[in-house]
Design a protein around this ligand. Structure first.
Ligand SMILES: Cc1ncc(COP(=O)(O)O)c(C=O)c1O
Length: 435
């Protein structure tokens, strides 16, 4: 430590000294308190939060009713383990989730603590329901850092020297229209990609041994890539034809981010099983697996669960978050914010050829940077410079994509228009400065 260092720099030095190197740092910001869309760092400087704790604070930092619900529940009881002593907040949350995210006539749910656990359990349930071992996933996918999560995750950077990975995991190309359509129009591209999917049943894995296909309807870490509508429909019929469970991973895209409780609701295509976490609990660790009742019930007692399956305090936080999201119309607000961001960035893009694409759903928006107008040439360094420049100017941003060349906007949906416009001014200035 030196005297000229800010408190934030000192904190980062201490972090470097004591925290394992593998726990990555995406931004230089620190925090002493946070409210709405603003994070105040340990030096008292305010930052606008466009990262939202990686998509966790769609309802904003510390929404008052959520904080109150946490306090009230903490005074009643903290833990009994739902396996041992039944409590109502767990049941009420499952009822609420089934109401806003119906999977057929009778939806059932289970709760856990993290997104990766939700994915693990979704796969276990699909395997038990089908009595089949294999799972198909996609390139550019991200499903967490547990063994199965990592095995399903595409990006190699997350997995260096971490194998051997789980067996019976097969990967097919994600239908990334922007990057790979070449000279094809959308219909032609989707047809090619669906043929590739069908071929995989002959060239990759016996489809009768496949329990599930897991996919993010709009990829998060992979660079905010939405699945084309017709591909989604084709995927559903392919699964129906072969008795394969279709699992949607909504961990990053859920809870108002795209303008719906889940992004699959844009498509009118229902999953058999789906996973949620992040913004569901406004920062408390809570996750859920939802599915059609008969599928969820196929998992035998004792095969899914754990000590911390839906802590009562986290359930209270999630219930208050959902109510707050309804009261504040955050689904509508996501669409409104998304429109402001997209319109501004689309306009700005005309003066900046390095912006290859601005895309997304609702307020889940990615900006892809490329070189030479070529989607095959990611501009990773430019993206990193913009993130750094924005951090210095008080805007917290993070990147995404296999090559870290996509800026992703995950701001709290309660952000004011003034804060939003200020953040976009900073972003545009930094893009200008570095191009
Ligand atoms: C789509 C998706 N699935 C799974 C996960 C893993 O969630 P967690 O980090 O809570 O384990 C993430 C986290 O970013 C995610 O975006």
């Amino acid at each position: 430590m030196t005297e000229e260092q800010t408190k934030s720099q000192q904190l980062h030095d201490r972090r470097k000294n004591i925290v394992a190197n593998g726990v990555g740092v995406f931004n230089t910001a620190t925090v002493s308190k946070a409210k709405g869309a603003i994070i105040t760092d340990v030096d008292g400087k305010e930052h606008i939060d466009f990262a939202g704790g990686i998509g966790v604070v769609n309802a904003g930092h510390c929404p008052p009713p959520v904080v109150k619900a946490i306090q009230e529940q903490a005074e009643k009881y903290l833990h009994t383990s739902f396996n041992v002593v039944t409590y109502e907040p767990y049941i009420k949350l499952c009822e609420e989730l089934a109401e806003i995210l119906p999977h057929g006539d009778h939806t059932k749910a289970m709760l856990i603590s993290t997104g990766a656990e939700a994915v693990e359990n979704a796969i276990k349930i699909a395997r038990q329901a089908t009595k089949r071992p294999a799972v198909i996933c996609f390139t550019e996918a991200y499903h967490g850092r547990t063994l199965m999560g990592m095995s399903l995750t595409s990006k190699v950077n997350y997995k260096f020297f971490s194998g051997p990975f789980a067996p019976e995991v097969y990967r097919i190309p994600f239908p990334n229209f922007y990057k790979y359509h070449g000279t094809q129009n959308m219909d032609e591209f989707v047809e090619t990609e669906l043929n590739r999917l069908k071929d995989s049943a002959h060239s990759m894995v016996d489809i009768d041994s496949v329990a599930a296909i897991i996919v993010e309807p709009i990829q998060g870490e992979g660079g905010f890539n939405p699945i084309p509508q017709k591909y989604m429909e084709g995927l559903r019929s392919f699964c129906d034809q072969h008795g394969v469970m279709l699992i949607f991973d909504e961990i990053q895209s859920g809870f108002c981010r795209t303008g719906h409780w889940a992004s699959w609701q844009h498509y009118g295509v229902q999953p058999d099983i789906s996973t949620y976490a992040k913004s569901m609990g406004s920062g408390l660790p809570i996750a859920a697996v939802l599915g059609r009742g008969e599928i969820m019930d196929a998992a035998l007692p004792g095969t899914i669960g754990g000590t911390y399956i839906g802590s009562p305090v986290c359930c209270a936080a999630a219930l208050a978050t959902i109510q707050y999201m309804k009261d504040e119309n955050l689904n509508e607000r996501a669409v409104y914010i998304g429109k402001i961001i997209t319109e501004r960035l689309e306009k700005f893009r005309k003066e900046c050829p390095e912006i290859g694409d601005v895309r997304g759903l609702g307020a889940m928006i990615g900006i892809e940077f490329i070189k030479d107008n070529d989607p095959g040439k990611p501009h990773t360094d430019l993206c990193a410079s913009i993130v750094k420049g924005c951090a210095e100017e008080g805007l917290i941003l993070i990147s995404a994509g296999t090559f870290k060349n996509v800026l992703r906007i995950l701001c709290p949906l309660v952000i004011t228009e003034e804060q939003l416009n200020k953040a976009l001014d900073i972003l545009e200035n930094q893009i200008r400065k570095h191009t």
